[in-house]
Design a protein around this ligand. Structure first.
Ligand code: PLP
Length: 442
């Protein structure tokens, strides 16, 4: 068994050019630490802009990581056999964490740095509830209060995720909510709004910015989040090396990009050094395709326009995706760091529809036993398609994917799939054009 990594890996140290900086929406100048101080603790702000290659993981964080890390790297032999493929499929299983996904990998250090700087409360948004339950767990570890805005469509679809957050001690609002100005404004225009991550972020940011001993925590997108998630890839590198395997293809699902970045950045480091040469592929939902149909531009991270402007692949901050069940992938933007790495041509991106993803999820569960969350079924659908391609060509490809979380709280969605009630949404180009028309002018 491998040891826990002692450092997070910062890919900024190894890129040929740095990503464009976040801009202040008023001045259009790069944001400085003072602009971010009302929202984040100083150590996270420092990590956000750091160019150090390795950042030490604090001992208190390692102690909590040890509850479930290192996570297993499992060869999907039964799935390989069921598919009749010569490919060798490995999945890094993040569902063994307390909340059932990779998200505590960053929730724990975020809560740790806030508590260390004397902060009393964290606010956040959550889509499917994975991030909210992870942050609620982390806050409980450090005695912090936790207030969460949960996207309305998920709040209604996933009542038990809400319960999990409350068990860990958090307060949960359906978003849009009547307790913030941003929420009231949306409700006045559309009382039945299904909500979106962009709206929920506006609400959580508004409340954190108004209180001196509260800060805001983001579960994806930002550099420090992807940094913390690199424990996934660092472990997978060592685990594959122990088995004497080298990946030919690495596949992950992308919402804001954190499990994908966390898995692939350590492998990209080795690739940039010429040691390995895997193809790297992101899979996004056809209903929310920021890499493949969005544009690379400065945009707000939220709907109300409270956040700094981020240069990223975006569908526009007004874009409200159709209510697919992979709530964690329903975000209009993409990590600016990952967007930059994509522009550098270091990985490719494809889309998948939700019914083919649930089909893949069921196939995976019947072979391997684990029920995947709706988000990683996107990576599994692509992995299965690739393994079937290998069956045609006889290629013994080594495929690595992240099973970013289990689907035990998503059985309602599986039930709808099995009853034939799930639909695929078509996303007409006009809808994207319409939301891109309101991009800020930079
Ligand atoms: C949140 C979530 C995702 C999507 O977020 P990323 O930041 O893109 O990783 C994927 N899988 C699971 C299980 C999630 O909870």
């Amino acid at each position: 068994m491998i040891d826990l990594p002692r450092h997070w890996y910062n890919i900024l140290a190894d890129l040929p050019t740095p990503p464009p900086p976040p801009l202040h929406p008023g001045t259009l100048k790069p944001v400085g630490p003072d602009d971010l101080a009302p929202l984040f603790p100083m150590e996270l702000i420092a990590q956000e802009v750091s160019t150090d290659r390795f950042i030490e993981i604090p001992e208190d964080v390692l102690d909590i990581y040890r509850l479930w890390r290192p996570t297993p790297l499992i060869r999907a032999r039964r799935l390989e056999r069921a598919l009749g493929t010569p490919a060798r499929i490995y999945y890094k299983y993040e569902g063994v964490s307390p909340s059932g996904s990779h998200k505590p990998n960053t929730a724990v250090p975020q809560a740790y740095y806030n508590a260390k700087e004397g902060i009393k409360k964290l606010t956040t948004e959550t889509g499917a509830g994975q991030w909210g339950s992870s942050l609620a767990f982390a806050c409980a570890q450090f005695g912090l209060e936790c207030e969460i805005w949960m996207v309305r469509s998920s709040y209604d679809q996933k009542p038990y995720r809400r319960t999990l957050m409350r068990v860990y001690g958090a307060t949960v609002h359906a978003s849009p909510s009547p307790v913030t100005e941003a929420g009231k404004k949306i409700l006045a225009e559309n009382p039945d709004s299904p909500g979106s991550l962009g709206i929920a972020i506006s609400e959580a940011v508004e409340v954190a910015a108004a209180s001196p001993d509260a800060r805001y925590a983001l579960g994806s997108v930002l550099n420090h989040v992807l940094l913390h998630q690199t424990v996934i890839g660092e472990e997978a590198l060592r685990q594959l090396a122990e088995l004497g395997e080298t990946p030919d293809l690495i596949i992950g699902c992308t919402g804001g990009g954190s499990n994908f970045g966390g898995l692939v950045f350590p492998f990209l480091r080795e690739k940039l050094q010429g040691k390995i040469n895997p193809v790297i592929r992101a899979v996004e939902p056809a209903a929310c395709p920021s890499f493949t149909r969005g544009t690379y531009a400065y945009d707000f991270g939220d709907t109300a326009g409270l956040t700094p402007l981020l240069k990223m692949h975006t569908l526009g901050h007004d874009f409200v995706p159709d209510p697919i069940h992979a709530g964690g992938l329903r975000y209009h933007g993409m990590s600016p760091l990952l967007s930059h790495v994509y522009e550098l041509g270091l990985f490719e991106a494809v889309t998948r529809n939700q019914t083919e993803c649930f089909e893949a999820g069921v196939r995976f569960a019947r072979a391997e036993g684990i029920i995947p969350g709706p988000e990683p079924t996107h990576a599994i659908a692509e992995t299965i398609a690739e393994a079937l391609r290998c069956k045609e060509t006889g290629e013994e490809k080594v495929i690595l994917t992240a099973l970013s979380g289990h689907g035990h709280f998503d059985l309602g969605a599986y039930d709808r799939y099995l009853s034939g009630e799930l639909e695929d949404f078509t996303l007409p180009p006009e809808r994207i054009a319409e939301s891109l028309a309101t991009l800020p002018k930079v």
